[in-house]
Design a protein around this ligand. Structure first.
Ligand code: PSU
Ligand code: MN
Length: 305
């Protein structure tokens, strides 16, 4: 068997040797999810929060034909400064092509899960996952993130899915795929910028150790796939749903009239919502990512114990 094209940072490889908790972090949020220089500041801050919470961060990206598990500060800076059009947005379909072509690629939730599993990492923190887009009944636009959750054994901590998506359809697809959707500490499904989507979450847990135990139980039962842990944004950072709805509607209308499609849809909507809220959406996004990093570290610590 050929060697896996994995390069571990010194910090992550030391943590693996010692059996310390490790939290995977994605890189598409850096290259396509947030503008420079906030993307770099947030990438550094998320890593700092993971460390302060007792785990080791492993930001994942593809560079020069290798999957990097853990980036040093210079690599993080290079990635954050590279214009999004020069970085591949990698999902399951693109990963091997990016590697053999020696290109630079940022990993989405789906690709980060694949790489984390290859590296033996069980927990991954992000902001929001991809899902079923509005109008999917005609566009067929359903993020590969959902299928990945049904295939790859990683627990993904997110703040829910954004209202740019069709949340009821996203829940239906996750149910069909057999993905546990576990709300942390509340009954409602959180909606990214807002704590409550108006929909009930299928499952609820109030304790990080129980979330780790549920992942172990799935493994014991021979069930493939991961878990989606949805963690509500902190109260003081929340933007009410009533404020976000018209903003999201406007961004969606613009995407439609400009015929934005495929991989460009999510980055376009995120950028327009940032502009339309004068940066408020980004402040909320940052707060929720940090909050997810804390919970992911606690779940990883329970796995390591
Ligand atoms: N949703 C967000 N922020 C993000 C993304 C989604 O709120 O940065 C990114 C993630 O990397 C996610 C990807 O995996 O977009 C989904 O893209 P698509 O819808 O093209 O599958
Ligand atoms: Mn898509």
């Amino acid at each position: 068997m050929t060697q896996l094209p994995l390069t571990f940072s010194a910090e992550v490889s030391a943590a693996k040797a010692k059996g310390q908790p490790i939290v995977a972090l994605e890189s598409t949020i850096i290259t396509h999810g947030m503008p420079y220089p906030q993307n770099l500041e947030v990438a550094r801050e998320v890593e700092a929060v993971v460390r302060a919470s007792g785990a080791i961060p492993a930001t994942i990206a593809v560079m020069a034909g290798r999957i990097h598990i853990g980036l040093d500060d210079a690599q993080l800076q290079t990635l954050a400064e590279t214009p999004p059009e020069e970085v591949m947005k990698l999902s399951r379909a693109d990963l091997s092509a990016c590697l053999v072509q020696g290109r630079t690629g940022a990993t989405t939730v789906a690709a980060t899960m694949i790489c984390a599993a290859l590296a033996g990492i069980r927990v991954f923190a992000t902001g929001g996952i991809g899902g079923v887009h509005r109008g999917a009944e005609s566009s067929f636009d359903i993020s590969a993130d959902l299928q990945e959750l049904s295939l790859t054994p990683v627990s993904v901590v997110a703040a829910g899915a954004k209202a740019i998506l069709d949340l009821p359809k996203t829940l239906e697809v996750l149910e069909t795929l057999g993905v546990p959707v576990i709300a942390f500490g509340q009954d409602a499904l959180p909606a990214f910028w807002s704590r409550d989507s108006g929909l009930a979450a299928p499952l609820r847990m109030d304790d990080a150790a129980q979330i780790a135990a549920a992942a172990e139980m799935r493994r014991t039962l021979g069930l493939t796939g991961g878990q989606l842990v949805v963690n509500p944004i902190p109260f003081d950072a929340e933007i009410p749903r009533s404020t976000m709805i018209p903003v999201v509607e406007q961004a969606l209308e613009e995407a439609e009239s400009r015929q934005i499609s495929a991989k460009a849809v999510t980055p376009f909507l995120l950028q327009r919502i940032f502009e339309l809220t004068e940066g408020r959406s980004l402040d909320a996004n940052i707060a929720l990512v940090l909050n997810n990093a804390r919970l992911a570290a606690a779940i990883a610590a329970a796995h390591a114990a």
